[in-house]
Design a protein around this ligand. Sequence first.
Ligand code: SAM
Ligand code: SF4
Length: 338
Amino acid sequence: MSRAPLVDGHGRRIADLRVSVTDRCNFRCQYCMPAEGMPWLEREEILCFEEIERLVRLLVGMGVEDVRLTGGEPLVRRDFPLLAAMLADIDGLHDLSLTTNGYLLERDAAALAAAGIDRLNVSIDSLQRDRFFQMTRRDALPQVLRGLEAAVAEPRLGQVKVNAVALRGFTEEEAIPFAEFARERGVQVRFIEFMPLDGDCAWTSDQVLPGEELRAIINAVHPLEELPREPSATARVFRFVEPVPGGGKGTGEVGFIDPVTEPFCSDCNRIRLTSDGLLRTCLFSLHETDLRGPMRAGADDDELEQIVRDAVWRKELKHRVGQAGFRQPARGMSAIGG
Ligand code: SAM
Ligand code: SF4
């Protein structure tokens, strides 16, 4: 059913939804979760597949076109490809994508493609095994790289992207290896600035490695040329000017997602649904809107639509990271759904 477009109080039309399908994860990345002591949601607090499907269908009817499934680690949710298939079936949904740490991707790549996932991003912070372990607290690089290969080899999945969180004092020496990895494998590697959404609440601005610095490091060795950008795109994407010596696909790219040093809030068309059914209108929202409670109390779609509209109308104009008075949200990235 088609409903009026979903628009916020600043005139931005909402077209992109991130859905967290679980708060659980098989990794413990330094910038995301504490090493231990993470409080998990109870099973009955988590939306079931039918509830997720109902809310996504409603939001697609209000003009959401792109849905990204995330977490926590989506692939640890049992029967996740089944959920993907239910969502892929929704009329009006243009693009269904997934963000994963890749650990279970060797097992799941074919099932995800068959379910109708259009694109996926794999998070990899280092191409060196010991440094990957340092960042994720799991010795899992070989398994993740096998998962990435399985996804790249899957013809039904579009271009596979790699996400690396950029941290001062760590990622500088990853820049060239990642650029060469992108060139040789024909993938897009994107560096994401570290945001104050870590489970330890230990973020400081001097740990942020600006995308501009990484770009300069890469450009000095492998000259880059910027590609045109959609207004609502989060990444600035660059291709390599020089061809790859000795062949290779030569289609690799590097991208920079710079929410701290170059915020893109004015064009933000995104909302988020947490795994326990709360609507978030900004990554840094201090307020969440409960959809699960009304849904389980019997609200019909028109009532849910009104709750969503009221929440979206109050979508934050911009985040205030780095400014006086900024408050980190109580939940970290793994619970919000990055
Ligand atoms: N577990 C999946 C994964 O790691 O790809 C999906 C969820 S994870 C929260 C989504 C993305 O958020 C990952 O690319 C991760 O690197 C990124 N991320 C997590 N914490 C972050 C932070 N504090 N700042 C910037 N990016 C972060
Ligand atoms: Fe897990 Fe992803 Fe967070 Fe790492 S970034 S701890 S893989 S949810």
